[in-house]
Design a protein around this ligand. Structure first.
Ligand code: G
Ligand code: G
Ligand code: MN
Ligand code: NA
Length: 248
């Protein structure tokens, strides 16, 4: 309750920060994108996990204000970087009937090019109403935005919907990446996911890459993009800007 009031005040004051994690092209290691991740540093409690404050925002009707704040901040920071920008959407945002208009307004307000924006959505909540979900995906893609299916594999209820819904990319959850070096089974699972994605013409990003060994295997497995601490931790905008400048 108190957290909810603090969150409302922080969002209103523009106090939700955004950090950025680099995403690299698997073969040459060139930076091709960044993922925006929301951060809230509470004056008394310190950093609050985004899982917690996103949940609080969803319960208290603040999610659209939070989402707008993150999207606008991320677009403003990333506009001068010549790379794609990935932003996470929560289920409540996805199902809001003004979603497409809100995204369009944020793009217009910041001047951020739609074809550099990728929205990350998780699979679990699309399954309940796949036809309604597809209608929204089609409208978003008509704006020129791309859609990534995030945390893929964690809510594996059905693969049938994969061919019914219009995605542009799959992000393999890091739980499938963690053990690929020492467990043949894990590497086989990762490979199976990539084969499935290939059958649907969907490029794959591997998340949570922490070691060179994991990077090598996921590259061989056929992932086109890699993301994780090996390449870069989430960084504040100024640091991300310097990091990108050093690498181009
Ligand atoms: O940044 P990381 O440490 O801790 O993120 C934890 C979780 O919070 C991840 O599942 C991530 O997708 C989610 N998350 C981070 N930023 C945002 C955001 O801006 N919006 C939503 N909906 N989720 C976010
Ligand atoms: O759910 P989503 O994929 O959006 O969440 C991204 C989360 O993964 C963020 O919390 C981010 O901080 C975290 N993350 C990014 N790279 C790594 C990594 O290499 N290892 C681990 N353990 N977490 C990571
Ligand atoms: Mn994500
Ligand atoms: Na993920």
């Amino acid at each position: 309750r108190r957290l909810e009031n603090d969150l409302r005040a922080t969002i209103a004051a523009g106090g939700i920060a955004v950090v950025f994690q680099p995403i690299v092209e698997a073969r040459a290691g060139r930076v091709v994108g960044v993922e925006a991740l929301a951060r809230w540093n509470h004056p008394r409690h310190g950093p609050v996990s985004p899982e917690l404050f996103v949940r609080v925002a969803e319960r208290s009707g603040l999610i659209n204000d939070l989402g707008r704040s993150v999207l606008v901040t991320a677009c403003r920071e990333a506009i001068g970087w010549n790379v794609d920008l990935a932003v996470n959407l929560s289920p409540a945002q996805f199902w809001d009937r003004m979603l497409v208009e809100r995204i369009e307004a944020a793009l217009a307000e910041t001047g951020f090019p739609a074809d550099r924006l990728e929205l990350e959505i998780t699979e679990s909540y699309l399954l309940r109403r796949p036809d309604a979900a597809e209608e929204i995906l089609v409208r978003l893609r008509a704006l020129g935005i791309r859609i990534a299916l995030d945390d893929f594999g964690t809510g594996f209820a059905s693969i049938g919907y994969l061919q019914r819904l219009s995605f542009d990319r799959i992000k393999i959850d890091r739980s499938f990446v963690t053990h690929v070096v020492e467990q043949a089974r894990a590497a086989d699972m990762a490979r199976a996911i990539v084969v499935l994605a290939e059958a649907l013409d969907l490029p794959v990003t591997a998340e949570g890459i922490e070691t060179e060994g994991q990077a090598a295997i996921m590259r061989l497995t056929g992932c086109s993009r890699l993301q994780g601490w090996l390449f870069g931790r989430p960084m504040p905008p100024a640091e991300m800007g310097r990091w990108l400048a050093q690498r181009s």
